[in-house]
Design a protein. Structure first.
Length: 289
């Protein structure tokens, strides 16, 4: 259960009844889920009230007898609330400094399974669980922090198309219903081949930095492997669209040395090359090869 709303401490003073007027606020759709309200007497270790009455929408909801000698009790409010504000009034009596508090809890969405077991770009993904919604617009689903567009949804199942920007490897899948998130569910995402579109140098010597541009790279530098003619380069920085690396030590001059980028095990397929030479010649912006 997730804490949706709670009162401030309701503090009594000796010899007088006090009334605290508040509202329970629900977003559209949240009234469909199980809701529980809990009242605590002597909250946070403070003194206890000796009497209490509760009105929901001006109708009696609970009184002091519901504590049954304990420090708290809970009530099921499922089906008793509407979207928007519902008035809640608490009346309390007790010694000076006695604390009463209430909390409203709503169940989190729960993910129980995801198919397929290995997710690829454009795959149709099925998420099964509980506490989803028949209204897709009330759900927010993300993979690796990237929002996905839903195909369909019910209270137990969601379908969506896998986005191309979720990264690869282990990623967290999260379903949120009206801002109440599920616990993250770990999924495995296939690596898609990185794509090289350009390089900032036409010619450069070993130990010189170059930047490769494209897409499908990992922003984690260590997850990218760059080779020049089969020689592994040191990657110094990376984003999803660029990699900066150092040309490795090799015999030179050499012309048309092939460049390959491998990200999370998937290799680029473009035929890109660079001249490894003492001359440093910048690429004027013309894509190569």
């Amino acid at each position: 259960m997730s804490l949706l709303q709670q009162s401030k401490p309701l503090v009594t003073r000796a010899g007088a009844w006090h009334t605290w007027n508040d509202h329970i606020h629900l977003k559209p759709g949240q009234e469909e889920l199980p809701l529980r309200i809990t009242f605590m007497n002597g909250a946070d270790g403070r003194p206890k009230a000796t009497d209490m009455k509760v009105l929901l929408d001006r109708k009696p909801l609970a009184d002091f007898k519901d504590f049954n000698g304990g420090s708290s009790f809970s009530l099921d409010l499922s089906g008793k609330l509407q979207p928007g504000n519902t008035s809640l009034a608490v009346q309390g009596f007790g010694p000076t400094g006695a604390w009463i508090r209430w909390q409203l809890h709503i169940p989190r969405p729960v993910i129980t399974s995801v198919e397929p077991s290995l997710l690829g770009v454009s795959d149709t993904v099925t998420v099964r669980g509980t506490n989803f919604s028949t209204r897709p617009e009330r759900l927010n689903v993300s993979v690796g922090g990237k929002h996905v567009k839903l195909i369909s949804s019910s209270k137990q199942e969601i379908k969506f198309k896998m986005p191309g920007n979720a990264g690869s490897g282990k990623r967290q899948l999260v379903v949120s219903f009206q801002s109440v998130p599920s616990a993250p569910f770990m999924v495995s995402v296939k690596a898609s081949a990185p794509h090289i579109s350009n390089i900032d140098m036409l010619s450069s010597p070993p130990q010189h930095p170059v930047t490769i541009f494209g897409s499908g790279f990992s922003p984690v530098a260590a997850e990218n492997v760059v080779t020049f003619g089969g020689h592994k380069a040191v990657v110094t920085a990376a984003t999803e669209s660029s990699i900066t690396c150092i040309i490795p030590e090799m015999h030179f001059p050499q012309w048309h040395v092939p460049i390959k980028v491998t990200t999370n095990g998937a290799a680029s397929k473009e035929d890109f090359s660079i001249n490894v030479d003492v001359r440093v010649i910048e690429n004027a912006g013309v894509p190569i090869p």
